[in-house]
Design a protein around this ligand. Structure first.
Ligand code: PHE
Length: 440
């Protein structure tokens, strides 16, 4: 149970409530959602099983677990690189994740003082834009997130994390249902539903397919060393398959509920679904501004979102800390101070990319967008590809079969087939297609 809670805490976060709606909006809706769901089912779930099994078998940090398992399979120690790449990915994700978590924390107070009550959509938009233009405020909040994350990770995460997630998940679901209830009465509910579920492939670009694939990894916390690290704390007698299903189901439910709450509000107020990263920070405040007890629900919502983000930032820092402890034989506290300080410094890039450094671009993207793109759409899919190859081609069948404890069921052959052929081929095709090397 503790593992399910921790893994769910990691998976459910800004990716579900902030990122999923805005990238769905940017990529045309239904077809994107369908591809995303297929990616979760066909690639995300098997890869998550693969990562947890690596961690539980290796019992070390992401990189060292892989080295040991490669050795066990008489394979090259170059596979360690896969673990390191994952640790680097989670660290890079964290540099912008703490900034968005900071937006959420700050909005607890914006909502709490009633700033949204009866405000026009334009006024609510400018509250958000003014915030993004203010470097000191952004840095203040992201610093707070970094500090709180370091404090929790240094102390060992278990107790606090379990308690936080136990309270969080039901609370989050209740408030999302309230928001969906509100969305039903906006008069544009069906338009929102159609946007999310009516499949129109002409609205989806080849790059959109890659973004959907990348997001399947991002939202399930895959290819980032996180599930390997958490898997290393998982007891022997727990079913990896059932655990994975539970985590993936909770994660998907939260994302879809968020979409159902947000898009009707977007359409009812004449907003743009493709408005970008600010989408929920504009649409939901409009809803809170108009509904009864809106300041209360708004505050509660941003408290929940901040908690959800926080249980993810903890998991994102953990792989780097676990690696630093084992690699340099330092204490947990020292490892946290070192990695946390570097993180804070790097987070200034994404924090300043909406103001002082907005002129700096990398491949025509802001610093924020460039790190997001590099991690979610390049590092995570490639990492997932390696996990599939490693667990299904390098590790011995007897080992993975024993670790997954699926001797009697047909799930094991299916898992192995998907990891050997389906997932790797699909990832490679999506990639080559997105960069234009193959077209259909
Ligand atoms: N899954 C988290 C979310 O959806 C983000 C995350 C990515 C966490 C990778 C850990 C590793 O918000």
């Amino acid at each position: 149970m503790a593992f399910i809670l921790a893994a769910t805490g990691s998976a459910v976060g800004l990716g579900n409530i902030w990122k999923f709606p805005y990238i769905t909006g940017e990529n045309g809706g239904g077809a994107f959602v369908l591809v995303y769901l297929v990616c979760i089912l066909l690639i995300g779930i098997p890869v998550m099983m693969g990562e947890i099994l690596i961690g539980r078998r290796g019992r070390k940090n992401a990189s060292h677990s892989i080295v040991d398992l490669a050795e066990e399979a008489n394979a090259s120690s170059i596979w360690a690189f896969m673990g390191l790449a994952g640790i680097l990915a989670s660290f890079l994700i964290l540099t912008f994740y703490v900034v968005v978590a900071g937006w959420s924390f700050s909005y607890i107070f914006t909502a709490g003082r009633g700033a949204f009550t009866d405000a026009s959509p334009e006024a609510i938009e400018s509250i958000f834009n003014d915030f993004l233009a203010n470097p000191m405020r952004l840095i203040f909040w992201s610093t707070l997130v970094v500090g709180a994350t370091m404090f929790t990770v240094a102390g060992g995460v278990k107790k606090g994390l379990e308690r936080a997630v136990t309270a969080l998940m039901p609370g989050m679901l209740i408030i999302l249902f309230i928001l969906v209830g509100y969305a039903m009465r906006t008069g544009s509910f069906m338009e929102g539903v159609r946007f999310l579920f009516a499949v129109d492939f002409s609205a989806l670009s080849t790059e959109g397919v890659l973004i959907a694939l990348g997001h399947a990894f991002f939202t399930l916390s895959l290819a980032s060393g996180v599930m390997i690290t958490y898997g290393s704390y998982l007891p022997e007698n727990v079913s990896i398959f059932k655990t994975t299903l539970a985590v993936a189901a909770a994660d998907t439910a939260v994302a879809l509920l968020a979409g159902l709450a947000i898009f009707p509000i977007v359409f009812a107020n004449g907003l743009e679904p493709g408005a970008g990263p600010g989408l929920i920070f504009v649409t939901l405040p409009i809803a809170f501004g108009q509904m009864p007890f809106g300041a209360f629900f708004g505050t509660l919502f941003f408290v929940m979102l901040s908690f959800a983000a926080f249980t993810s930032t903890i998991s994102l820092l953990e792989p780097a800390v676990a690696w630093t402890v084992e690699r340099f034989s330092v204490t947990r506290t020292r490892a946290t101070i070192i990695t946390g300080s570097i993180l804070w410094l790097l987070s200034l890039g994404p924090a300043l990319s909406s103001n002082k450094w907005s002129h700096i671009t990398i491949f025509k993207k802001s610093i924020f967008d460039a790190i997001d793109y590099l991690t979610a759409n390049i590092m995570l899919p490639l990492g997932g590809l390696l996990v599939a190859l490693f667990t299904a081609w390098i590790m011995k069948e007897s080992v993975t079969r024993e670790e997954l404890e699926l001797e009697q069921s047909s799930v094991y052959p299916m898992w192995r087939f998907v990891m050997r052929y389906v997932a790797p081929i699909a990832i490679v095709i999506v990639f080559l297609n997105a960069i234009g090397i193959i077209t259909f």
